[in-house]
Design a protein around this ligand. Structure first.
Ligand SMILES: Nc1ncnc2c1ncn2[C@@H]1O[C@H](COP(=O)(O)OP(=O)(O)OP(=O)(O)O)[C@@H](O)[C@H]1O
Ligand SMILES: [Mg+2]
Length: 416
């Protein structure tokens, strides 16, 4: 039932095996969009595309039992390299969350909620119609001023405590800026990029699973924007977004230059945990793009040798510069070299000294809890304060924040 279609009105094609949303959509969007049901049981995806106008949007049904069916259709449309935007119709039920990622991977750009108002729906349609960068196109150069900060936590050898530090910092900062405090929608501004080895340590400490991997992000750079990240990346309850390297391999031939640029255009702050990753395996792009590199060590002789080797390697790569900072972890004032002596010896600014807290850290890590929750007054957290203060400079964003899509809101369910 076309509704007074004008040149600017979207042509909505509800492509589903039943027409149960027609009445509701027809009422809400009356006079604002043209709406047509195309029976997916009778019309092939190719036929659908052949009959679609230039401003068509395909709506797929993600309510009730139709979600898997719709994802299948989305894949068919993607195979046909359809240029037409695909938007899902959902409700905020938990069953949605299970299908959300599959939908997005299959090419669904955004979601409307059946209960949305006309304004909300039209906003989503407009956003979905804004062309995403074509895959072949080079990524646009982003003005440095609009890029978020990238802080690389570089553990000089396995086990010095990089992942523990990265997760505690990430959650503390995210909690300080809990977006719900002011009643607004949750919106992530802080990302933990876990490139550490063994992989997925950060996810383990946060009690999360990273559904979407670093490798997948590398393959999807062109699609990566705020909505995509809000949807695909796992989110901790604090709001911290997580992107992990689930495969455990960092392919050096894939320098993540474009990915880092995108991540920094979406997140005001990215903390990169590269604990346990031999410096030789560290992609140069990560170090080159870093706003600061925080070298994490302890007082042990082995770690100090590794710190020395790391500094030499950085020197060779032309990366030994004033972005390098030092953190001494597992610190015991009565054992080994003093923190300031280590800093002097390596001519590095000492950012923080974190005390040895084995028992409390291990016992809580075993329960999947961070000290922020289990022991908020612990000396480890107190010692972290200078680091938090250093990080806690939320850059003014150059562009007004984009509204959070229903898809992103649904994605929050996934993060739980
Ligand atoms: N300040 C600290 N005091 C005592 N134990 C600590 C401290 N920081 C971290 N640990 C413990 O050291 C162990 C290794 O920590 P973590 O996994 O954070 O290190 P990492 O550098 O990321 O190691 P990997 O190289 O294995 O990724 C964990 O058991 C953690 O609880
Ligand atoms: Mg680690």
């Amino acid at each position: 039932m076309p509704l007074n279609q004008s040149a600017t009105e979207p042509e909505l094609l509800l492509y589903s095996p039943d027409n149960r949303h027609m009445a509701r959509l027809g009422t809400v969007l009356s006079g604002q969009a043209s709406l047509r049901w195309v029976d997916a049981r009778e019309t092939s995806a190719r036929q659908l595309l052949d009959g679609a106008s230039g401003n068509a949007i395909v709506l797929l049904d993600y309510c009730g039992g139709n979600a898997a069916y719709s994802t299948d259709i989305a894949r068919q449309l993607a195979t046909l390299q359809a240029m037409v935007p695909v938007v899902g119709i959902g409700t905020s039920g938990p069953e949605q969350a299970n299908h959300l990622l599959a939908a997005m991977r299959a090419g669904v750009r955004d979601f409307i909620d059946v209960d949305n108002t006309a304004v909300q729906m039209l906003e989503v349609f407009e956003r979905a119609s804004t062309p995403v960068l074509p895959r072949a196109a080079p990524s646009p150069s982003i003005e440095p001023a609009t890029l978020g900060r990238l802080i690389v936590l570089l553990g000089v050898r396995p086990g010095v405590g990089t992942s523990t530090l990265a997760t505690h910092l990430g959650v503390s900062l995210a909690e300080q800026h809990s977006p719900q405090r002011d009643g607004s929608q949750p919106q992530s501004w802080l990302l933990l990029l876990d490139l550490g080895q063994p992989s997925a340590d950060a996810a383990l400490y946060l009690g999360m699973e990273s559904q979407f991997s670093y490798d997948e992000a590398l393959r999807n750079v062109e699609r990566l924007d705020r909505t995509f990240a809000g949807t695909a990346f796992a989110h901790h309850a604090s709001g911290l977004a997580l992107l992990g390297n689930s495969s455990g391999t960092l392919q050096k031939k894939h320098e993540p230059t474009a990915l880092l640029e995108r991540l920094r255009s979406v997140f005001a702050l990215t903390l990169c945990d590269s604990g346990g990753l031999p410096i030789q395996l560290m992609p140069s792009a990560v170090l080159q793009n870093a706003t600061e590199v925080w070298l994490v060590t302890d007082q042990s002789i082995g770690s100090l040798v590794s710190l020395d080797q790391t500094m030499r390697e950085l020197e060779q790569r032309g990366l030994r510069d004033d972005r390098l900072q030092l953190i001494v972890n597992h610190y015991d004032a009565n054992a080994g070299l003093a923190d300031v002596q280590i800093a002097q010896r390596f001519q590095l600014p000492l950012l923080a000294t974190l005390p040895e807290r084995s028992r409390v850290l291990r016992s809580n890590a075993g329960l999947g809890r961070l000290l922020t929750e289990a022991a908020p007054r612990d000396p480890y957290l107190k010692a972290m304060v200078p680091l938090l203060q250093r990080l806690d400079r939320r850059r003014p964003v150059s562009a007004p924040a984009a509204p959070v899509s229903p898809l992103a809101r649904l994605a929050n369910l996934l993060g739980k």
